[in-house]
Design a protein around this ligand. Structure first.
Ligand SMILES: Cc1ncc(COP(=O)(O)O)c(C=O)c1O
Length: 385
């Protein structure tokens, strides 16, 4: 909970804005990288989670690489000073110009998600007179036990190449002379809180790596993606995600010999350090008796609740009232789904009060839009207050 002192300072800024706890981000990265180095694991930050330049600078200082989902994300990472040799690039639909750019930059690997993509990357690399490092993104058919809107590794998903298809096309893939298939990649979904899922993932990866090796692929690395979830319900109880447990599970169950093991965490790195600060514009009650608080943020600053039904803990950081009431918190956008949460217990909340939507550092600002011609929210950093 933000102190009264901090809340008073925040009142000076135009709302809505993202507030980033820089110290917490440092602590999170310190914890992550200390444990990763203990096991010799490589970590890429999934830049799609948040592109904020200051956060990227801190992430770079801690020695992470980057995981991208578009050519512009590759460009953003390079402009932020990340070494191209630490950049991986996945994505089901890469445009030719994005592939060409990634090859030009000499990134660590392009993670290919269809057989057709392998052919196209091969052709573009051949045209450029290069041999390019690729990883096969395999769809492992695993249920990550998360919100179905953010699972990516089940058989029917658009992500990755089905393992069966790879087996059928082994000789075709090997014949692509401008590709070096040096890695195997999977990413099964996001906000994974049931950690035993990672054990199932390891069992699948072991089998796939063993078989691909027997079929003649010389895999140098295995990239097991991201996905580690955070505690949206009670963020204060778990400000730094449980990297230790995930790494221990991977260490115990992944059997890939001396190959490098890579991770691509997004949410677990930045979700906790960000919150969205918004001001109450109006109160009103519907004919059905629903007490609405209308705030000056909306789905254009934080779309997760409207897009996935996601939950963010909401607090009133300025009210000093003893009286508590149940409110529905809605945004300004001209969409009925622009509701942050219902039945939120808050102290008596009035026009001008500041609310915080917690754990909003990941997939908040990076998904912000100009819908309704809204301005993009600003960023304020805790060490500048
Ligand atoms: C390929 C890939 N890697 C990594 C991530 C990051 O996932 P998370 O933020 O859950 O760690 C994503 C998220 O969508 C992804 O698609």
């Amino acid at each position: 909970m933000l102190s009264r002192q901090v809340a008073a300072k925040l009142a000076a800024y135009e709302t809505p804005f993202y507030l980033y706890d820089v110290e917490l981000l440092h602590q999170t990265l310190e914890s992550l990288m200390t444990m990763a180095s203990r096991y010799g694991y490589k970590v890429h930050y999934a830049i799609k989670a948040n592109y904020d330049a200051r956060l990227l600078q801190i992430i770079r200082e801690h020695g992470l690489g980057i995981d991208c989902a578009s050519g512009n994300e590759v460009r953003c990472a390079i402009e932020a000073g990340f070494d191209p040799k630490t950049i991986v690039y996945a994505g089901v639909g890469k445009r030719d110009k994005e592939i060409r750019y990634a090859i030009e930059q000499g990134i660590f690997a392009i993670n290919c998600e269809s057989i057709e993509e392998l052919y196209v990357v091969n052709d573009i690399a051949a045209e450029m007179g290069k041999v390019v490092n690729v990883a096969l993104r395999v769809n492992p058919d695993i249920d990550p036990k998360t919100n179905h809107c953010i699972d990516t590794g089940q058989a029917d998903s658009k992500f990755g190449i089905s393992y069966e298809e790879i087996l059928d096309r082994v000789e075709d893939i090997k014949a692509l002379k401008s590709l070096d298939v040096v890695g195997m990649h999977i990413h099964i979904g996001s906000q994974i809180r049931e950690l035993h899922v990672f054990e199932n993932m390891c069992n699948k990866v072991n089998l796939i790596v063993k078989n691909l090796t027997a079929l003649g692929f010389e895999l140098e690395f295995v990239d097991v993606g991201g996905g580690l979830g955070v505690n949206y319900d009670m963020p204060e109880n778990e400000p730094i995600p449980n990297f230790a447990s995930v790494f221990a599970i991977i260490k115990q169950h992944l059997q890939v010999g001396k190959r490098e093991v890579h991770f691509e965490f997004g949410r677990a790195i930045v979700a906790e350090c960000g919150e969205l600060i918004t001001k109450v514009l109006f109160n009103k009650t519907t004919a059905t008796g629903r007490r609405l608080v209308i705030v000056d943020a909306s789905m254009t600053e934080l779309i997760r609740p409207a897009l996935y039904g996601s939950y963010h803990n909401i607090e009133n950081i300025t009210s000093e009232s003893e009286q508590r009431l149940k409110y529905t918190i809605v945004g300004t956008a001209c969409e009925s789904t622009d509701v942050f949460d219902e039945n939120v217990s808050l102290p008596l909340t009035k026009r001008g009060d500041l609310l915080t939507l917690k754990t909003a550092g990941a997939y908040g600002m990076s998904m912000a839009s100009h819908y309704n011609q809204h301005d993009l929210p600003a960023a304020i950093y805790s060490d500048e207050l």
